[in-house]
Design a protein around this ligand. Sequence first.
Ligand code: ARG
Length: 587
Amino acid sequence: MASVTSLSDTVQQQLASAISAVRPEAAADPLLRRSDRADYQANGILALAKKAKANPRELAAEVVARVTTGDVIKDIEVSGPGFLNITIADEAIIRNLAARYADEAGRLGVPYAEHPGTTVIDYAQPNVAKEMHVGHLRSAVIGDSVAKLLEFTGENVIRRHHIGDWGTQFGMLIQYLDEHPHELDHKEAEVTGEEAMSNLDRLYKAARKLFDSDEDFKTRARRRVVDLQAGDPHTLRMWQKFVDESKIYFFSVFEKLDMEIRDEDIVGESGYNDMLAETCRLLEESGVAVRSEGALCVFFDDIKGPDGKPVPLIVQKSDGGFGYAATDLSAIRDRVFNLKANSLIYVVDARQSLHFKMVFETARRAGWLNDDVKAYQLAFGTVLGKDGKPFKTREGETVRLVDLLDEAIERASAVVREKAQDLSEEEIAERGAQVGIGAVKYADLSTSANRDYKFDLDQMVSLNGDTSVYLQYAYARIRSILRKAPEDARPAAHPELPLHEAERALGLHVDAFAETVAEAAREYAPHKLAAYLYQLASLYTAFYDKCPVLKAQSPEQVANRLFLCDVTAATLRQGMALLGIRTPERL
Ligand code: ARG
């Protein structure tokens, strides 16, 4: 557990202290960034000069005079209107990477957050007795990565899968099952996810048909809803059968997605049933919610319907029933007061943004959320087909997630097979799944969540371009070089060697892993990590083209380049793992 100060942080600190030595009254940010002209460029002097009414070039020169060059900064000079161009010493780059390399596996010297908190993240929330679709894919993939990123920074992360397991539709299902008691009995002990879903689907259709055609059944079904909410034991047992059957299906999909979902983290809508009445009472007593036409409502100045009338959040319907909002408000109370969260994240479709806006505002008025306890909807956009329209089958139906994943795996297996040199059939199948699922996840994670994206399998499994396959191949290629290295050529850092431009660029980018992870975690933005990894693979390719590794000039240079290969591979591997994507050793 040795966290490493990044080169950019070291430079940043040195510049900041030089600036405050020159202008003690000003706390100026040097505004450091990577640059094409030098390793880093600092633009902060311009703003400082403006504030101090000084000549920026002169001020820059004064700052430069205060910076000690040597260990880390090899060269610093004024450029343009008052920028600072900074060049890092080769030696410092290799020393820094060596320190990262020496850290425990995968940590790469990335520091933990100074003040970690507790975050509850609500993601991967399919609905009981229903198929999962691409929307559930996005929530699962984005949520899983954000949870991993936060955990990596030391945050205490609590996962909540708010599955849709409650509501009026269960009255119909339970009543039907009660009248056809053997429909969910399993003859064999083991039921596959596919079978479970097809059982549920069959039941759902049959129940629906009866519900729509038979008035008496409808009445009986409605009475069941009341029994369910009242906690009637027999009704609950029936309901549990649906939940259990659905979980078999959910877990099979999550497994296909190569995603670990724990049963204890599944707390569906039903889990808050006991809190609903109290939530309403608290809101009504505090005046946050008011009775309007029998319903308990919360009103907002800025939320109006097309007719100009205010649209309220309904917490309790006029018939006494509780809906989605009451459940979410109760979940907030649970997460804040029982789980002691400081941050609540909801990875949910952007089409539910109005709902969350109203729910969060209501919770703020009630005092459950405030400046110290915040809620955020990580809203994601729609998955589009190649034609740019919401993703549908040719028949216009929503695409089943499993079909989509199977197709991705199939396509990826074909790619793997074509390139495979010495892989067995079994290995091809395993890699095919890792590449196919990786492709789907990466396509989702490499654009910012709030944007819509096109689901295009051809593009996703392409070996060229910004795809996970490209990154996985880059990783496998590095591993193969390391395997091929002779016994006496082991990766070892040699800071005394001068570096090639391509080595420097690669090294500086590896160093930036820590700040990238911190930024991606802070902003809940896995796409920033994806962009970083893509660039890492590209810089590695450039390095590999220009710098012979095993045929380098001296044994020291061979060792140093193998070391660069190894630390790059470790960074790629860890970065991909934070996106939930595997990096096979051989492809
Ligand atoms: N089950 C819902 C759906 O499929 C998503 C639940 C989102 N989470 C929440 N706390 N409301 O749309």
